[in-house]
Design a protein around this ligand. Sequence first.
Ligand code: ATP
Ligand code: MG
Length: 469
Amino acid sequence: MKKYLEHKVFKCISECADELGLETYVIGGYVRDVILQRKEPKDIDVVCLGSGIELAKKVALKLHGRPQVQVFKNFGTAMVLHGDLELEFVGARKESYRIDSRKPIVENGTLEDDQNRRDFTINALALCLNKDRFGELVDPFNGMEDLANGIIKTPLDSDITYSDDPLRMLRAIRFATQLDFKIEQGSYDAVKRNSKRLEIISQERIIDELNKIILAKNPSKGFKLLFNTELLHQFFPEFVALFGVEIIKGKGHKDNFYHTLEVLENLSKNTNDLWLRWAALLHDIAKPPTKRFEEGHGWTFHGHEYLGSKMVPKIFKRLKLPLNDKMKYVQKLVLLHLRPIVLSKDIVSDSAIRRLLFDAGDDIDDLMLLCEADITSKNETKVKKYLNNFKLVRQKLKDIEGRDQIRNWQPPISGALIMSTFNIPAGKIVGDIKNQIREAILDGEITNDYDQAFQFMLKKAKELDLEKH
Ligand code: ATP
Ligand code: MG
């Protein structure tokens, strides 16, 4: 296993550990990820039988000439930053839990105690760093086998493991999704039994895990697991409400839960942007509250894009997502998500395209990606036809943007110019004239330039009996 320890920091840690006479291991995520050849891991967890802080100081001294480390007293850990690596040192420990908190009582322990407190067998692998045992694997729970077979399994009794720290249930699903692993049946059943325990976990921790699931290559797997274990019900009821099909007079609608996941999956092939993926998750979020059955017509979801965009801030606030421009971006995409579809079905006027460019601004490309992902019909001919129509819409968007530059539209005539030209104070009239100029440009009545806009302004002013100053 020496090949996994080629980075020069391991040699340094090894020497320091031997000088201090401390049995020392690299453990957890780093070992898992190098064996899987997943990515170059950025955080390395080192555990020693003794003081992790002392070891950290010695390593920092050797690496940087100064014994400077960041100590987290509450956890008894110390961190050394080395280039873009985060080295975290801790003494091996034993943990015991109380019923009302995921914060354990911690005592010093053996390596075995330390491995026992780990969440999954694949996260409990340890490689010895001391010179005489350098690279020796300590794997008491057959983690290597689970790694090879793609299994997520708790080292000890699953019910106790999850009940002690319910965040582990989300971590199980997160790893199953990121690594495309299967949660071992007993462990899965235990998640189902313990899902209600998630209530003791802070929303910040929950959203961290959820965002990691959303950013995985195939995020829908995670959502199905969250739904089937009913963890999702604990923190995201609006999403759960998308599930199911109602049938009246032989007419059903599509299951919006699975539809949304298909959209997310489609979109994930084309973007790793967390917020664009969130827009996919929320684009139909108001379908349940807007659902109606209309006689002679069937199921409708009138205004779901509008109500959906209004629901976004409430959802973001509760889930502890940021209430900033990212939220506004998601709101905007939810609000606009039907617009390109309408354009792709009918013969499109230039003015409709101009209005879409005006409303979407720089987010137009993201909106188009979302809308293309939103085509989830089972009928291949239909999908092909829609995608082809979208190609035409994209071409038109390009042509019109090239000509009219609407995307980052700035009014060619300012309010100040209107006020000084007619010697009028700021007020409703100024706003009205500005709006009329904008509408005329979007409708294609005049082009998007100063001269035409100025002439148009004079004409409108005349209708209002305003005198040029
Ligand atoms: P990633 O860094 O990709 O999130 P990771 O497995 O390294 O994955 P960390 O949160 O960095 O996750 O934790 C490092 C190690 O600490 C894990 O591999 C695991 O052994 C242990 N660990 C982390 N969180 C828990 C937990 N809630 N319960 C038990 N062990 C945990
Ligand atoms: Mg890690």
